[in-house]
Design a protein. Sequence first.
Length: 427
Amino acid sequence: MANIRPFSAYRPAPGLESKIAALPYDVYNREEATEEAKRNPDSFLAIDRAETGFGPEVDTYAEEVYRRAASLLQQRISQGRFVKEGQPCYYLYELTMNGRSQTGIVACASIDDYRDNVIKKHENTRADKEQDRIRHVDVCNMQTGPIFLAYRAEPVLRDVIRAVKEESPACAFVSEDGVGHKVWVIREEESAFSIIRRQFQQMDSIYIADGHHRCASAVKVGLMRRAANPDYTGEEEFNYFLSVLFPDEELHIMDYNRVVKDLKGYGKETFLEKISQGFLVEKAPEAPYRPEGKGQFGMFLDGEWYRLTARPSILSGDAVDGLDVSLLQNHLLGPILGIEDPKTDMRIDFVGGIRGLEELERRVRREQGVGEESPMQEGKGLAVAFSLYPTSMEELFAVADAGRLMPPKSTWFEPKLRSGLFLHALD
């Protein structure tokens, strides 16, 4: 039984939504975040990445960075830029990208459901990344970035959402990247309110789609607050974390591609011979090449695109080993190119599908020291890129249901949820 409950959100004052809403904090490096915060001082990124208010001499994780985030947040609340809902509500959040829409229910999920595996994960987290968001949430006393959750589509919720969306939204805007955003508020007196809570209570599994580090950090802050308040009842806000829950049928996972900076000393022909043991290697029918189905991969090498097809000998029915990202890792990147730990190996880069396959070509040429038409610089070896067929929601659910973990960088969801549209106070 999933405990998905309403809450009194802090939301941008009417008319400020488009200025405040920001992409998630972790899609930027420090330099990019600083430039964005300068370009748009109202952006929530100034709070999510408060190091943008300091020079490079101040460490990203310095204590004064978190204090600045809390101070900016309280200042903007006191200035009326954020307004708190007068009663606990559910909210609908619709995102529309390239003509395709997905609508999530904004609510608070239970840290106990996370601990009891009602809310299931499919990725590992890194302690250093967790610690950053733990400090941010704890010092701000606010969850500022929603966790992207998914559930198996359910007819009653589908009908409720459709009915609510027949009303005028509380806010609507199009962000600079062309994504449309709409928000509806569902108050207790509305019939949808009780239906939403009841339908989630009947679910035994909800899944983290994106935001594993934010989720783990929110849970750990909640446990810290419990330790500091041994008489807690379980109803306190710190027992819950900010979430947006989407039906799986509306979600879109894009490819998550790889670039390896060298061939580990192999020449081109030797490399092709080695990978042909596990993959059928052919010249691609088109360039750039996007795989057409599971078990197919594109490969950009020495200015040419190839199609790789996994041979039956390496295919697997296992929930994890059968993933395309696992086939590539276990039978090519690891044993041939020596990428044993893709989380830490500096020779591999990951490129989200939103950047397009041309970005793979650009990165390979950059690693080789060549331009579009220029010859390779002397002393530079070949780099290689791989395009993958996207992981499916069914595969994600199967891995999580089995209590297993995917390889890193297995899923890239678009569009990205915006931060700053909903804030959840911990008291």
